[in-house]
Write a protein that binds this ligand. Structure first.
Ligand SMILES: *[C@@H]1O[C@H](CO)[C@@H](O)[C@H](O)[C@H]1NC(C)=O
Length: 255
């Protein structure tokens, strides 16, 4: 399942700007410290003592030193150098996978959503450019490796940052960003019957969300997290709705 909706493209630039601003400020502060009566090493020792007192430090060993020691140990034939790693990070033999180029998609797409059912990949919405969002679905057929079967989405459906889940026939599309650039999110929720390509609306989420985690589990559509309307406040709610064969069995989402 190719769900790559959680990218907040619009905030990336402001994050970069903020980081470079902070870096600039830090350089100025460091320069002022260095040129004041404190030497910069005195400042550093104050800073690191403060950090040691204020927080529980996890000692991160110097990688270069470790590498030198490993080389030394090998040279001196002192046996295998030891590394302390959780089994989770142990090297596993990788499968010998090969990349293959597919036919280019019918349109360029950023932050759309896609979900595979059997041999068909349904690709929804997304940006064509920063000022233009797609309002259709493209289908890729893995049997004959071709794109085809384009059809429209409902007018009110969001275009990016979608929550999406499927039971193998019905695809649920929950909230997301409506419109291009950095527009706001909507609560609108829809279900697509992939056999008939007919859309139905579902009860709207209690509040709009960008890119909520969406999962079908034990007859309920669960929606968690995502961002709130201001784009950066995490939504901490968990809502669910009883569903069966593309129909909501309840009038509203439950907390
Ligand atoms: C996918 O391709 C196969 C082989 O050409 C074809 O039989 C099948 O009908 C296609 N499926 C759809 C939904 O177009």
């Amino acid at each position: 399942m190719a769900r790559s909706v959680v990218k907040h493209t619009c905030t990336r630039y402001s994050v970069i700007l903020t980081l470079s601003g902070l870096l600039g400020a830090a350089l100025v502060v460091d320069f002022l410290w260095a040129s004041s009566s404190f030497s910069s090493s005195a400042y550093q020792s104050i800073a690191s003592n403060w950090a040691l007192q204020k927080s529980r430090i996890i000692v991160v060993p110097n990688v270069a030193t470790i590498a030198e020691k490993i080389v030394d140990a090998k040279d001196k034939k002192e046996g295998v150098p030891q590394r302390f790693l959780s089994a989770t990070y142990a090297d596993l033999p990788a499968p010998d996978l090969q990349w293959e180029e597919m036919p280019a998609a019918p349109v360029p797409r950023l932050d759309g959503a896609a979900i595979q059912i059997k041999n068909l990949l349904y690709v929804f919405a997304g940006y064509g450019s920063l000022d233009y969002v797609h309002s259709h679905v493209d289908i890729y057929n893995f049997t004959d490796n071709s794109w085809g079967g384009r059809f429209d989405m409902p007018k009110e459906m969001a275009h990016s940052h979608l929550g999406m889940a499927t039971d193998g026939r019905y695809i649920y599309v929950v909230s997301g960003q409506y419109g291009p650039q950095c527009r706001g999110p909507v609560a609108h929720t829809f279900v697509l019957d992939t056999e008939t390509k007919i859309w139905q609306s579902m009860p709207p989420l209690p509040a709009p969300r960008y890119a909520p985690a969406t999962q079908l589990w034990r007859g309920r559509l669960h929606v968690m997290g995502g961002s709130k309307e201001n784009r950066h406040t995490p939504g901490l709610e968990h809502w669910s709705l009883a569903v069966n064969n593309g129909k909501a069995l309840e009038k509203a989402w439950q907390d």
